[in-house]
Ligand binder design. Structure first.
Ligand SMILES: Cc1cc2nc3c(=O)[nH]c(=O)nc-3n(C[C@H](O)[C@H](O)[C@H](O)COP(=O)(O)OP(=O)(O)OC[C@H]3O[C@@H](n4cnc5c(N)ncnc54)[C@H](O)[C@@H]3O)c2cc1C
Length: 542
């Protein structure tokens, strides 16, 4: 990224209308400005500390555009009082949560002339879409979502409209069994088993389905191996407990995947944050205010009126609007006040919604991204196949107890590899400090590719991870349906008295829970629900 010379803007045709950080810690603040000559341009700057809601405790230095791969060499210095001006809270609809679903809903509502106020607990936007740039490789590092699963139009359209470069995941799959690495066709083996599930018989857990369909697999080693891979798949990709996850929910997901070629996976070249930039860019033309660092604690509602009480950098504040969209992650909705992030509804949510909450579960994942000095696996030849190296490796599957799944960045040949610790492994790692997580990831990777962890350590240059389970504003990775969850997403999604509306990946009713495209679909659905029952109306801040 190039920074141009600092330019003082003293004439006020430029008016800052919103300010927000888009990534955590040493991240970039993006500012939308508008004015006679600068209409709707996007700027960003590095910062170390930021407090929104009226105070921005840093000096402006380098400010430059970083939206979606586009760069703007101009830099600006902006007076702080313009930033304070940004904090307008007048709205028709309050959106709680600035993840993909909240931003998608806000973008669509504002397009239809509604004023929107977004309240976000964290100091970054995008929720479980969280990308940072690796300074050495200049490559995106994902802490949350990484893959575009299949060709869901809801997610492809925005990318295509902006000509975002998207690459399909490529390479070979390897499996490590009993310490031996061999290339494997992991997905087709698993598919053979998954295809036997059906949703016409009574619902049961995936573990019980496996037991019922393959009771004697211990005598049949091939079948036993396939069964174990199927378990790895469900606990790995769905981050689900096989004893809890419902076959009906899995079947619904598989059907939805078939419609979009969900077995194909892609990545946006500049990282998933690009999608957040696209929404923010759309919002830059709109009547919207975003308040970060604002933790919603209570929603008091009656027909046609909602008061949202939140803890903001300026203390406790109440926001009112005729309608509120709740996009809280499932486990945050399930949490009981006064736990941080949990929200008290007054009066309480209707019984069917509370029941739906008991039928859904938050999957757990710890992912760690490791950058090495070089791609050391390029020269590793597994004992089973000396003629082939791991240079073309995409995924590596195993039953390692800490990080059973790994993947490289192919087709990009970067010295970066990602470890994936789902379900039980995530439970063991959650809440542990960084050195514990990184040490175990090195141990796992080393054991799988037959290199001692102490030999890998000197090659490691950077490690990235975020503990989504211990984060009070996600409390897990993504949702799944338990046995008997038929209709639970619909119940969770359904509006309450045309006043409270519900979006977020867990409320997706199309079989795409736990994905970014599911979150977008829920944002679009909730927008349609609101537009059906509203005329523009304004909110006030007390
Ligand atoms: C490790 C990991 C890997 C993933 N990989 C993929 C992938 O490869 N592909 C894919 O499609 N999906 C993936 N996902 C799932 C995907 O990221 C989510 O489904 C999607 O981002 C959810 O969007 P959302 O808007 O529903 O929720 P969120 O993004 O969680 O947004 C909810 C927002 O609400 C805010 N909030 C919470 N509590 C409060 C409160 N009390 N007050 C105010 N705000 C609050 C949160 O801070 C958050 O910003 C992954 C997720 C994780 C964690």
């Amino acid at each position: 990224m190039s920074f141009g010379p600092l330019r003082k803007v003293s004439d006020p045709p430029i008016k800052v209308i919103r300010v927000y950080p888009v990534t955590p810690v040493s991240s970039v603040v993006k500012i939308f400005v508008h004015g006679s000559s600068q209409r709707n341009r996007l700027f960003g700057r590095e910062f170390t500390e930021l407090s929104l809601g009226g105070r921005v405790p840093f000096e402006w230095t380098n400010v430059s555009a970083t939206a979606c791969g586009r760069q703007d060499a101009s830099t600006y210095q902006l007076p702080l009082h313009w930033i304070r001006f940004a904090m307008s809270t007048d709205a028709d609809v309050i959106v709680i949560g600035a993840g993909v679903s909240g931003l998608a809903a806000a973008a669509a509502l504002t397009k239809s002339g509604r004023k929107v106020l977004i309240l976000e607990a964290r100091d970054w936007l995008g929720g479980r879409v969280l990308t940072r740039q690796d300074p050495v490789c200049q490559a995106p590092i994902e802490f949350g979502a990484e893959f575009i699963h299949g060709l869901a139009p809801g997610i492809w359209k925005p990318f295509q409209k902006r000509n975002v470069n998207i690459s399909e995941v490529a390479g070979d799959n390897w499996c490590c069994e009993g310490g031996t690495l061999s290339s494997c066709d992991f997905f087709s083996e698993v598919e053979d088993i998954l295809e036997k599930m059906d949703d016409r018989s009574p619902d049961e857990s995936f573990a019980s389905f496996l037991q019922r369909c393959f009771p004697d697999s211990k005598q049949n080693t091939k079948q036993q191996a396939a069964k174990e891979r199927a378990l790895e798949y469900v606990s790995g990709f769905n981050a689900a407990d096989p004893e809890l996850v419902g076959v009906h929910w899995l079947v619904k997901g598989m059907r939805a995947e078939e419609e979009i070629e969900g077995d194909r996976a892609f990545r946006p070249a500049t990282g998933y944050a690009c999608l957040i930039d696209i929404f923010l860019d759309e919002l830059s033309h709109a009547d919207v205010s975003i308040q970060t660092g604002t933790v919603v604690e209570e929603i008091e509602w009656e027909h046609g009126h909602s008061t949202v009480k939140a803890h903001s950098p300026e203390g406790v504040r109440n926001f009112t609007a005729p309608r509120t969209i709740v996009t809280l992650p499932l486990a945050v909705l399930q949490a009981a006040p006064p736990e941080l992030g949990a929200v008290r509804f007054i009066p309480s949510l209707p019984e069917p919604k509370l029941k739906a909450l008991t039928k859904l579960e938050m999957g757990k994942v710890i992912r760690v991204v490791l950058r090495f000095r070089h791609r050391f696996w390029d020269t590793i030849s597994p004992r089973s196949k000396r003629s082939k190296t791991l240079a073309g490796m995409s995924f590596l599957f195993s039953q390692d107890q800490w990080f059973p799944t790994w993947w490289t960045t192919l087709p990009s040949k970067l010295p970066i590899i990602t470890g994936w610790a789902p379900f039980r492994s995530a439970e063991r790692l959650s809440g542990r400090d960084r050195s514990f997580v990184v040490a175990h990831s090195l141990q796992s990777l080393g054991a799988l590719v037959d290199i001692a962890a102490q030999d890998l350590e000197p090659l490691l240059e950077a490690a990235y991870f975020h503990d989504w389970q211990s984060d009070p504003f996600s409390r897990g990775a993504y949702s799944y349906g338990k046995v008997g969850a038929d209709g639970a997403q619909e119940a969770l999604a359904s509006p309450v008295e045309d006043t409270l509306f519900f979006a977020g990946e867990a409320t997706d009713t199309t079989g795409r829970n736990g994905t970014v495209d599911g979150a977008i679909a829920s944002g679009r659905r909730v927008t349609a629900e609101i537009l059906r029952c509203t005329r523009p109306h304004h909110a006030t801040q007390k």
